[in-house]
Design a protein around this ligand. Sequence first.
Ligand code: HEC
Length: 196
Amino acid sequence: MKTLLRMLACLLLLVALAALAVVAWARHAGGFSARTTPSALETALARYTRSLAIPGSAKSLQNPIADSPLVQHDAMAHYADHCASCHANDGSGDTMYGKGLYPKPPDLRLAATQNLSDGELFFIIQNGVRLTGMPAFGSPGDEGADSWKLVRFIRHLPKITPTEVEEMNGMNPKGPDELQEEKQEQEFLNGAPAAK
Ligand code: HEC
């Protein structure tokens, strides 16, 4: 009985010490701030765990949507509307939301993303990534044609041109201020007196 109590006390002490260590580490690592960037070790571990969580059968899926200028254009518009707020039109992740997330969205043009298989990219877009800002865009029973098109567009991102990025600027979601400004510009062009 005594030994059991002693063992329990030791266990409690260990748990308390571990909790203290976690608090000390979290403070040292910038508390709960999402402004900091995960260490290389944390990123490597998270990516490895994410890779383990994607079923092999999903990783080896082939993209059923053939590439074409129309598919690229559809996906570009979809990406500009749904993804660019975090990932940026050029895929760099250099946006207000992107910079404030923990983990940050990776630069989609770089090898770490481009070396993922089409199936992995599709799985991530459809299911999202838990405990990160990456939302799930698929819904049960949906075959994910839009996501497969987005995979085609992600493959194009390393070659994206400034002209394409400029075109996407016009496709990004607009806030009420921008819409109001556009309305006033249009009214001005139509000959209405300029708003003060
Ligand atoms: C609210 C912010 C946000 C939005 C919107 C968003 N993402 Fe993400 N995305 C993230 C974050 C954060 C990660 C990093 C996840 C991780 O570390 O595992 C990520 C990761 C990814 C990855 C994995 C890249 C890699 O190398 O790990 C792909 C692919 C991706 N996003 C595609 C998209 C697409 C396509 C859309 C639009 C349909 C989109 N995302 C919309 C935040 C976002």
